[in-house]
Design a protein around this ligand. Structure first.
Ligand code: SF4
Length: 389
């Protein structure tokens, strides 16, 4: 089993002023060094070819790290490349308008990440003249950057030692040290961070951290592939037959149900869309207007809700019919969206947050993935009608 000595400490203040490294201790330290060497050797042979690993640009790494939160790697790759084409530098992102940024993020979900990323870029532009900070403490002070993201940027971009703990490393470390109990408990999180720090080598922090994450992602998976793992001789869970019972899986909280109704209000070639206001999910994005309703309400009640809460000031509706239905998840909510379609007679004026646009114009707005599906459905019907005509 693995015993580690404290090889060094990443102290935020010391990191800031760069940084003498605490002395090494004796004996079991060799275990940590050997383990790290095994991780790095494995990583060099088995790492996936991911575009954000080809760069040491801290800005690009920050973009990728924020994208990878809550998003599968394969999905994040294509978004990352398009985002970097559009906003290749901190300055470019800082100067963009929020709508452009949200449009590039559309479909990834958790749009708060995009806004925080732009806030970070603006802070770097204003406080650091556009030059990405090099001190760990300054990186962690950027909007949207927590301890993990700061450590990732610091080690991946500058190859300097900072511990990282995210989902994959947490699972691997919990098994290496046979940590039982809820992995997210405060006490266990503290243990995981302590172990991540103890295992960090003095050199090659970049490859070590990448390697630990990659091992967690590809080998020490929820169902671990111990026969492919280079760490079995150090792994307490493996040695004691607990590989499949650590970490303990917490029961998933039941999702809260939310019901919404939406309206596709059509006036000739123009459709009514709404910029989602602050305080609502996906604010800053656009949608075909929708409102939350109670479960079990009638179609008449749905229309009342739509007219009184959203489009009543924009248009009067006729020929209303049900059109589409979607079920999806937002954070811990199970959402049911029922969409109606109607012909609309626009009012003389309407609130600023509403706009009448063609389908082509709407396609260029920042839309969430369900709204994008709804738009695709409308465009396919439009294409069909054009063929019939
Ligand atoms: Fe994970 Fe198995 Fe490797 Fe231990 S030996 S780190 S449980 S894959």
């Amino acid at each position: 089993m693995l015993k580690v000595a404290r090889t060094h400490t990443v102290n935020m203040k010391k990191a800031h002023t760069d940084r003498t490294r605490p002395g090494r201790s004796n004996g079991s330290e060799m275990d940590a060094a050997a383990l790290s060497a095994a991780v790095i050797q494995w990583f060099r042979l088995h790492q996936r070819d991911l575009p954000f690993r080809h760069t040491t640009d801290p800005y690009a790494i920050l973009v990728s790290e924020l994208m990878l939160q809550q998003t599968q790697v394969a999905t994040a790759v294509s978004y990352f490349e398009r985002f970097m084409d559009q906003f290749p530098t901190v300055q470019a992102l800082a100067e963009a308008n929020e709508q452009q940024v949200l449009a590039m993020w559309a479909g990834l979900g958790y749009y708060r990440r995009a806004r925080l990323l732009q806030s970070a870029a603006r802070k770097i532009a204003e406080d650091y003249s556009g030059v990405f900070p090099t001190a760990l403490v300054d990186i962690q002070a950027l909007p949207g950057v927590g301890r993990y993201t700061a450590g990732a940027v610091y080690s991946f971009a500058y190859d300097r030692p900072a511990p990282i703990v995210e989902a994959n490393t947490a699972r691997l470390l919990a098994r290496l040290f046979a940590i039982r109990g809820a992995i997210k408990s405060t006490a266990n999180q503290a243990q995981l961070w302590k172990h991540a720090e103890q295992l960090l080598p003095a050199q090659n922090a970049r490859e070590h951290n990448y390697g630990v994450m990659e091992l967690g992602a590809l080998v020490c998976k929820p169902v671990p592939l111990c026969d492919k793992c280079p760490l079995t001789r150090w792994c307490a869970a493996f040695q004691t037959g607990q590989s499949t019972t650590i970490p303990e899986i917490a029961a998933k909280p039941t999702k809260l149900r939310r019901h919404f109704v939406g309206i596709v209000a059509c006036s000739g070639e123009h459709y009514l869309v709404r910029r989602i206001p602050e305080g609502e999910w996906h604010h800053g994005m656009f949608e075909f207007p929708s409102v939350r309703v109670e479960h079990g309400q009638t179609a008449a009640q749905h229309l009342n809700a739509l007219e009184s809460m959203t489009i009543g000031t924009c248009a009067s509706l006729r020929d209303v019919d049900s059109f589409a239905e979607y079920r999806y998840t937002v954070t811990n909510h199970a959402v049911h969206l029922l969409v109606y379609k109607a012909n609309a007679l626009p009012a003389a004026s309407w609130p600023e947050s509403f706009q009448w646009k063609t389908l082509h114009e709407i396609s260029r707005l920042p839309l969430g993935s369900t709204q994008r599906k709804l738009l695709d459905l409308l465009q396919s019907q439009d294409d069909l009608l054009a063929v019939i005509r």
